[in-house]
Design a protein around this ligand. Sequence first.
Ligand code: UDP
Ligand code: MG
Length: 310
Amino acid sequence: MKKDFLLSVIVPVYNEEGGIGSLMERLLPVVEQYKYEVIFVDDGSKDGTVADIKVYTEKNKHIKLISFVRNFSHQTALTCGYLHAQGDAVVSIDADLQDPPELIHEMILKWQEGYKVIYARRSARHESLFKTATADMFYRLINFLSDTEIPHNVGDFRLIDRDVVEMLNKLPEHARFLRGLVAWGGFSSAYVSFERKERVNGETHYPFKKMMGFALNGIVSFSSKPLRFATHVGFLCAVLGFVGIVYAISRRLFLPHEYWVTGWTTIFVSIMFFGGMQLIAIGIIGEYISRIYTELQNRPQFLVKEKVNI
Ligand code: UDP
Ligand code: MG
């Protein structure tokens, strides 16, 4: 195995106090076999996470820290990590040991075979049924909607080559759905498998609401089919409406007047139906407009409070 390369490991952290020690106990023996840097991106933690990390940055220059002024998002923290990583191979890994650091060896072997993207695929997930079921639904939906094939059962634990990092760093998008962007690049890819365990320490930072936001962002970033769907439904409703109008007028013209006031049910049902359809269509359009709006504002993706060893 060729060992003359720099390995960067990016660890996004948000309120992971107490978990940093156990992470380092397993991560360090792995990375120390290479030339390495570990970049912690603190996503505005409010607990002792930063202090925990500084214990390591003080005695080891290869361990680096970038701190945000506030919580931005996991995807933003990763984006910032990619912008600062110098490595020839760059691994992103969660801080909670749900992604086993030992797998990095296997990823490097695959990378040295020439693949540019190495995904860690979850062969089994030891997580709540709710989490696995919603994740599965999400991947099915996004692959149904999107033209870019986004791999199933793959999270943000992956190794990417320098070329892929450069590609990502050049993309101007603000609301980043990195799994999609990496797949969109179309680089040669390979898989290594692992079993995803429960979190070692603390709780997930992806409660249902945040997960929905993440999923919606992924869909809006990678598909305009919902807009087309809105148009199709609108068109269908318009045709039905037209038929309804012809029917209503014919009744009025050709039936005796005792029949005229009947049909309240039809009116009520159709108003409800078309009203609902219109709201859905407007909502879908709104999602895309809000995307255009944030891109136009062109605000920085994150604000850095502090950098250590960088
Ligand atoms: N994380 C982050 N910012 C956030 C939420 C999470 O940087 O706003 C980090 C978190 O510290 C962890 C990783 O992203 O290292 C994955 O988060 P988590 O384990 O909570 O997600 P899950 O594994 O439940 O999907
Ligand atoms: Mg986790």
